[in-house]
Ligand binder design. Structure first.
Ligand code: GLY
Ligand code: MN
Ligand code: MN
Length: 433
């Protein structure tokens, strides 16, 4: 668990990066209706959480940086006896002031009245340009400009330029949480391998995974769990998880828990009956070779693009050896021949969001890696039952995904506890059976 002084330090660090005479406005997430009067379980906005550690909806954090210093104000819900009996506890303003290192806690009901006063005279207002509070912020800006005491030049600036960059570099208390999330998720995948039997339903393996998460302190999955047997493994974001698991086929599980807000993201692919067939093994070992080569290259000074290019070259050469691709290797690489079978990216940042924020250095992902960054490594090959592909490869979908931390000297594989070689998987599954 990350303590409050850590969140307070982040607010100070944010304030240092704001321009003089400015304000930053950071909104909590909203509750979302699932159906009629039933809500999804609340999930806090990641950036709001990053700067507060506060887990209630209807809250707004405001930093005002003027000549006379920094003011930090939290707007949050009032205490309310009836609402708290029906729907749960609310911190209220008095406890918020005590708990958080802030200057004022005000009722969120007063936001429209008090916020314009607080930020009057600011030259710049920072907020997230891509959240769903634009209407409120635009109204606020108009109100400020209409005020004769205020300058007409007040500008909006995208907070994410600062906050995303902060979130990209993980500090040691967050890394401790991410290591634990990775450990729990690794053990959940191990459990799924041990419990898997032909004839089970995909949702039953999902239940094994979610059971392990919850029993180990991670009540939520970081994203919807994918359990795809056979041809379903070739649907990248398959989440129906409703089919039976057939003897002789592979199953692909992409699952990670969320712990104290932080995600893990692991994929393992294994034979439902515990033994790889020759074609399954050939594809699996090719993906694994590409993944291991990519992990070696994901070190300070290199880029995701370099690692992805290496993974693609290995996979294209391997596909030629298996006679799935034919022709000139350079031309196949230039023509992106892998795209028919490997149609997603190699890596994404991971943190408070599974697909975390942070600049990638453009579409080609040429940002130079630095210590403190955390990312996934997830090559895959997928062969749906297309007539142009030899039937022996049909319905083989393999992805192998680990989470890594870039360190000063290389990287640390956070998800190393779950096995991934053919021999290790077969040994684990035969021991369990
Ligand atoms: N689980 C989603 C992904 O691997 O990106
Ligand atoms: Mn991923
Ligand atoms: Mn994944």
């Amino acid at each position: 668990m990350i303590n409050q002084s850590f969140f307070a330090n982040r607010r100070q660090s944010l304030a240092e990066q704001l321009s003089d005479n400015s304000a930053a406005i950071i909104f909590s997430a909203h509750e979302k209706t699932r159906s009629n009067d039933t809500e999804y379980l609340f999930r806090q906005d990641s950036t709001f959480y990053y700067f507060t550690g506060f887990n209630e909806p209807e809250a707004v954090l405001v930093l005002v940086k003027k000549d006379n210093g920094l003011q930090i104000i939290l707007f949050n819900r009032d205490k309310d006896e009836i609402q708290e009996i029906w729907h749960g506890r609310r911190l209220g303003q008095a406890a918020a002031l005590e708990k958080f290192d802030i200057d004022q806690a005000l009722s969120v009901d007063e936001l429209s009245d008090k916020l314009p006063e607080l930020i009057a005279g600011c030259d710049t207002i920072y907020h997230d340009f891509f959240d769903d509070n634009d209407e409120f912020v635009d109204g606020l800006l108009e109100a400020l400009k209409a005020n004769p005491d205020c300058k007409k030049t007040c500008q909006l600036s995208d907070l994410r330029v600062i906050s995303d960059e902060m979130r990209l570099f993980k500090q040691s208390p967050e890394l401790a949480v991410m290591r634990e999330a990775a450990k729990i998720s690794s053990a959940a995948h191990t459990r799924a391998m041990q419990q898997c039997k032909a004839g089970m339903y995909e949702y039953q393996l999902e239940a094994e995974i979610l059971h392990h998460f919850a029993m180990n302190g991670a009540r939520f999955a970081a994203y919807n769990t994918i359990v795809g047997g056979g041809e379903n493994a070739c649907i990248l974001h398959y989440t129906e998880n409703e089919s039976t698991l057939n003897d002789g086929e592979l199953v692909l599980i992409d699952a990670g828990c969320e712990l104290h807000g932080y995600a893990a993201d692991i994929t393992r692919t294994f034979p439902i009956n515990g033994q790889f067939s020759a074609p399954q093994k050939a594809i699996y070992e090719l993906v694994l070779k590409a993944q291991i080569a990519a992990i070696k290259l994901l070190v300070p000074g290199n880029t995701i693009k370099q690692a992805n290019d290496a993974a693609i070259e290995i996979m294209i050469k391997g596909l030629m050896e298996l006679e799935i691709l034919n022709g000139d290797v350079r031309k196949l690489i230039d023509d992106e021949a892998h795209r028919a079978f490997y149609m997603h990216g190699l890596s994404h940042w991971i943190g408070l969001d599974v697909h975390d924020v942070g600049d990638y250095g453009g579409k080609k992902r040429t940002r130079v890696l630095e210590p403190g960054m955390t990312l996934t490594v997830e090559p895959g090959l997928y062969f749906s039952a297309k007539p142009e592909i030899d039937a022996k490869w049909h319905n083989i979908g393999v992805r192998i995904e680990d989470d890594i931390l870039i360190t000063a000297n290389g990287n640390e594989v956070l998800t190393k506890d779950v096995v991934k070689t053919v021999d290790e998987i077969e040994a684990l599954m035969s021991g369990a059976n």
